[in-house]
Ligand binder design. Structure first.
Ligand code: PD2
Ligand code: ZN
Length: 290
């Protein structure tokens, strides 16, 4: 490969360069060696990395679509470039405790104050009813043995407290408030659990087109822990053997760019062994949730 433009002029990511990058990847060369070859040919590091990211991303997506996977969507994403210790969420700086790429999982500390946790529990308590899951055949809802919590939904923006938390979530995850479903509060007693599942709607199920009319697919989830069970009740990601401990005020975020198991976002609420567990969940849609 030759590259003739001077490094002081802007270097363009030409079709020929893109094709060359794809050929290198298909010949089995890993990313560091392709980058090294580009730098040796005079490409600046910034342009070389961008060219590889765009080209290989598009290439992988084309292959995924050929294999019959559903298309990729933009997803919520906290500002984690350069690995900051805290992320600006508007009214507070939220500590980052863990970040995983595949599946995309980020654990945050101190997302809610103790007062906010208590206020959510108090406001939700009189409105709890047995949790339901989506009835995949119809797009309606049904009681399920897979989900043995009690729960309720706040409507979006229904009180100053809910507004404040929703604004904080939107800022933390760079995702419009309008794309969020109402905040849900769940209460698990001893033995209660939420068996491993995906939060996106299965495109193959007959009820899914009806559900998608209200704002498209779910693309991300934020689970906020409102209290601490004595034992059990972690949020598990079985594909990667990860368990997030339910520490009061902390939150776990995960996103899924396509409604497919390749996202590795299978997750569950482990059974509460002792004590009880309270969480708030925010599900984020592709578009405005109406
Ligand atoms: O309670 C949890 O940890 C949990 C686990 C899996 C919550 C959800 N999913 C959810 O609300 O989607
Ligand atoms: Zn879930």
């Amino acid at each position: 490969m030759t590259q003739t433009s001077s490094t002081t002029t802007t270097q363009a990511i030409t079709p020929a360069l893109r094709q060359w990058i794809v050929e290198q990847a298909e010949a089995g060369h890993d990313a560091p060696s392709v980058l090294k070859a580009m730098l040796a040919s005079g490409w600046t590091e910034e342009v070389a990395i961008e060219a590889m990211e765009i080209t290989l991303g598009d290439h992988l997506e084309a292959r995924a679509l050929r294999q019959g996977l559903p298309a990729r969507s933009p997803v919520p994403e906290p500002a984690l470039a350069e690995s900051p210790l805290r992320v600006d969420a508007g009214d507070r700086q939220v500590p980052v405790l863990l970040a995983m790429v595949q599946p995309r999982v980020v654990v945050f500390g101190q997302f809610l104050s103790d007062e906010e946790c208590d206020a959510l529990i108090a406001a939700a308590s009189p409105r709890l009813a047995r949790s339901r899951t989506v009835a995949t055949q119809t797009g309606g809802e049904e009681v399920s043995v897979d989900r043995t919590s009690d729960g309720m939904f706040f409507s979006r923006g229904e009180s100053p407290l809910i507004q404040r938390i929703e604004q904080r979530i939107a800022r933390l995850l760079n995702w419009p408030v309008e794309n969020g479903e109402g905040l849900q509060v769940l209460h698990y007693r001893p033995g209660a659990e939420y068996k491993p599942h995906y939060d996106y709607f299965d495109p193959g199920e007959p009820g899914t087109p009806t559900i998608l009319q209200r704002g498209g697919q779910r693309v991300g989830t934020l689970v906020m822990y409102l209290n601490e069970p004595e034992k059990g009740g972690g949020t598990t990601f079985p594909d990667v053997h990860l368990e997030v401990a339910p520490q009061r005020g902390n939150a776990v975020f995960f996103s899924y760019e396509r409604p497919h198991p390749s996202t590795r976002t299978l997750h569950g609420g482990a059974p509460v062994i002792a004590g009880e567990k309270w969480i708030a969940t925010k599900w984020l849609r592709e578009r405005e949730f109406k």
